[in-house]
Design a protein around this ligand. Structure first.
Ligand SMILES: *Cc1c(COP(=O)(O)O)cnc(C)c1O
Length: 389
């Protein structure tokens, strides 16, 4: 892969000015959508760069090359969903291997680990990754991968990335980090030594609640060729139209993240001052246990926060009363999204397991969008007033 984006420019500029900003054949200021499934070859001894679209497609290549640059990697691979990126990355493991994984991992990753990897003879141990000793104690001779997610969902726990990377290197195992909540705008784990960064591009990267996609990024060329082989073998590639949508969404990624994060900081602070709110989980608050670690390894706390109300009854009243946010699963969109982890992302988890993780019946998660933050605050203020009637 050739690179011509100057790393001297900030990510804000590089999101717009990169190798694929214009189409060399026409000068068009947009990547062309190439729907072809197969490519004509000039002759028996003259095969071109592309042969079959599962193996490679120009629109997908534009997305993959652009995204690799943003994460400071050498190669990126685009998948049909975040889960396709994550599952394919897990296929780097073999029967008999062991995986150490964060205990508040994304629900789909939890399901794949416990119900699919186990069937394939790949063992796992869930640990609290804020506690390095717990990770250390979980490592066995056959541990081949450590899977991190920071901030975690929905209680926004912060994993010390550098410490886990050095632990993994001592034990010769790969590190994988789900960077969905942060995006390369706020956190670049490859720079901290992580081996594979995975994303649900469905969230902030796409950003408009209109496409499902995933990405995996690496720095090491040998690992890149193993992942490319798995992408082609597994076949869960992202189609060209969706690649284009992601490229389009990425143009405003920096601006969206910055604006949403600024609003999230304001809303989180306001929530801490509300009597209806028992606790606010947001790594941008000074009282958050991971505040300093997050500051040391990222460029901000992101735009997702969770807060706890008294109980399910209070949640019901607030959900019924708010007018602005959509009430839905997912996050990272232009519109604010309010979700109820106990019945949505963590519905499959037994209540006692949920309680252990702080995912009570009073917990709501808010992904802050691009509305005027004062409007969101007035909306919640009015909704909280329904609790005292
Ligand atoms: C949504 C999400 C995923 C899964 O991504 P899909 O695109 O829905 O398959 C993985 N990890 C995190 C942190 C997510 O929020």
């Amino acid at each position: 892969m050739t690179h011509d984006i100057s790393n001297e420019f900030s990510i804000q500029t590089r999101l717009l000015h990169h190798k694929h900003k214009t189409d060399p054949s026409s000068g068009a200021v947009s990547v062309a959508i190439q729907p072809a499934s197969t490519f004509h070859q000039e002759g028996l001894d003259d095969f071109g760069e592309f042969d079959y679209a599962r193996s490679g497609n120009p629109t997908r290549q534009a997305l993959e090359e652009t995204f690799a640059e943003l994460e400071n990697g050498t190669a990126a691979y685009a998948f049909a969903s975040g889960m396709a990126a994550i599952s394919t990355t897990f296929m780097l493991l073999s029967a008999g291997d062991h995986l150490v994984i964060t205990d508040d991992v994304y629900g789909g990753t939890f399901r794949f680990t416990t119900e699919v990897l186990t069937r394939l003879g790949i063992e796992h141990t869930f640990v609290d990754m804020t506690n390095v000793d717990e990770v250390k104690n979980a490592i066995r001779p056959n541990t081949k991968m450590i899977h991190m997610e920071t901030p975690s969902n929905p209680t926004m726990k912060i994993t010390p990335i550098r410490e886990l990377v050095s632990l993994a290197k001592e034990h010769n195992c790969l590190t994988v980090l789900d960077n969905t909540f942060m995006t390369p705008v706020l956190q670049r784990p490859l720079d901290l030594g992580v081996d594979v960064v995975v994303h649900s591009a469905t969230k902030f990267i796409g950003g408009h609640s209109d496409v499902v996609a995933g990405l995996a990024v690496v720095k090491d060329p040998e690992l890149a060729s193993r992942l490319k082989f798995l992408q082609n073998s597994f076949g869960a590639i992202l189609g060209p139209n969706d690649c284009w949508l992601i490229l389009r969404g990425m143009k405003t990624l920096h601006t969206r993240m910055e604006a949403s994060m600024k609003s999230a900081e304001m809303i989180a602070q306001w929530l801490t001052e509300q009597s209806a709110v028992k606790y606010v989980y947001y790594p941008g608050l000074k009282g958050h246990p991971g505040y300093e670690i997050n500051e040391s390894q990222s460029d901000g706390p992101g735009a997702v926060l969770s807060f706890e109300l008294a109980d399910r009854e209070a949640v019901k009243k607030v959900v019924d009363a708010v007018e602005i946010p959509v009430f839905a699963v997912s996050l990272g969109a232009v519109e604010s999204i309010l979700s109820y982890p106990a019945k949505m992302s963590h519905a499959a988890m037994p209540p006692d397991e949920r309680a252990k993780r702080g995912i009570t019946d009073g917990l709501l998660r808010l992904s802050v969008g691009l509305e005027k933050p004062e409007d969101l605050i007035s909306d919640f203020k009015r909704a909280f007033e329904t609790l005292v009637e």
